[in-house]
Design a protein around this ligand. Sequence first.
Ligand code: PFF
Length: 500
Amino acid sequence: MGNSDDQIQGQQKTRWNSRFAFLMAMIGSAVGLGNIWRFNYVLYSQGGGAFLIPYITAIIVMGLPFLILEYGVGYHLRDSLSNILKRIKPYLEVVGWFILLIVFLILTYYLVIVGWDVIYLALSFFKGWGADPNMFFSNNIVVGGDDLNSITSFVLPMSLITILLWIVLWYTSCKSIDRIEKIVKSLIPLLFLLMAFIVFYSLTLPGHMIGLQALFRPKWELLSDPSIWVAAFGQVLFSLSMGLSIAITYASYLPDESEITGNVVAVAFSNSFFELFTAIGVFSILGYMSLQSGLPIDQLATSGAGLSFIVFPQVFNVMGNSAYILGPVFFLCIFFAGLTSLISLFETMRNALSMKFGFTRRKSSTILTIFGLVISLVYTTGSGSFILTIADAFLNNMALILGVILQAVIFGWMYGVEKLIPAINKNSKLKVGKTWTAVIKYILPVILSLLWICEVIDVITFDDINVLIIQIIIAAILIIAPIVLTKLPAKDENSTPKID
Ligand code: PFF
């Protein structure tokens, strides 16, 4: 079935060909770098086994209700976020573009990190990072310092990979939803299989129990520390790709007879299963390393790029020949997880452009690719990783939470979340009602506001002028670009009828 160039503005015609395709796309969006390199460290450092209590609470209180909201909005109103908000109240369109801009800016650096992974994937076949992966990383990947002085010098291999990945993204999205379906339907099952291979292999390694004990040993006393609750809510927000309007976009392609709550539970469960499962693999491997090197786990455990691109290459160096299989499989997993998340970020912004301006898929993909590539290339300069760290903290910890609060308030109060209940319950076995409404209207805005305050205190720093300059530039983009996109005339103003 072909869906090429099939969106007419204000009326979403694109449809998933099967429930499986939709689920794989949603799981592909949720399962990303966060599941592989973020969750396990958060679990380890925020109370071990005890962390599971705030984590599960966060999923039940925030993750599931908010995802049901996003799915319900997309499925019922079948439009992009900016159009939907405009239909609620014309002046809200700018809020929609603000959130979509966050999505777009996250996409521009997330892609560069996936690019680092592509390099490591190639290197892993011959342990090309050499005897000192730490040195390799700082001399070849994050070249340059913690300032803006090297912003004009490009790290060429990184720039080339970035261009390549943008072309891949353009190609996956420019024709029809069918291409996205094909990719997620093969990559996500493969990702789960490859990760299963890593985890089961890691459990055969000597020393794996050292890692697992360190990972899960519950520190119950930390439960009274608010910071582990903040960490749990932050992790769930990030991991489920909440508030980015990805779910609104993907759910707007659902056929009429689709169920909502069952799909939400399936996606949230698969996402948590994947991150817990992966954590077992990662810490078993760290336990093996601890045994081999004599270093305690706390000197090995870390998150993000440090874990994947420094500690893991160090492990592969001591591992012998099996590293030539485990290494490529590990970096391939990060690539599959990252690519399917990138596709969802891209599709969300692309759809919004098509829905407002009536652009064909090809045209919106091309425009997005050109703008996105220009911004991504900044992250491949000598100052790139410095800017990336600041952009990540600013966008994810501050801007995104603000976006989620705004959506909870707008859909909860201004739209009237009760109106979604019939559509959500129509085909769903698990029904929502008053409790869900109360969570969206009262509980989420309060919890998220507390979370936001904690994060703002953490992120805003006036110590370093370079950091402040970058934060001001991002904030300016997040204010100016949404205003411009709102002001630009839509293809057909009548096609976004007001919602009563
Ligand atoms: N949920 C995905 C991850 O855990 O990596 C993808 C993602 C999350 C992308 C949050 C972007 C983002 F801001």
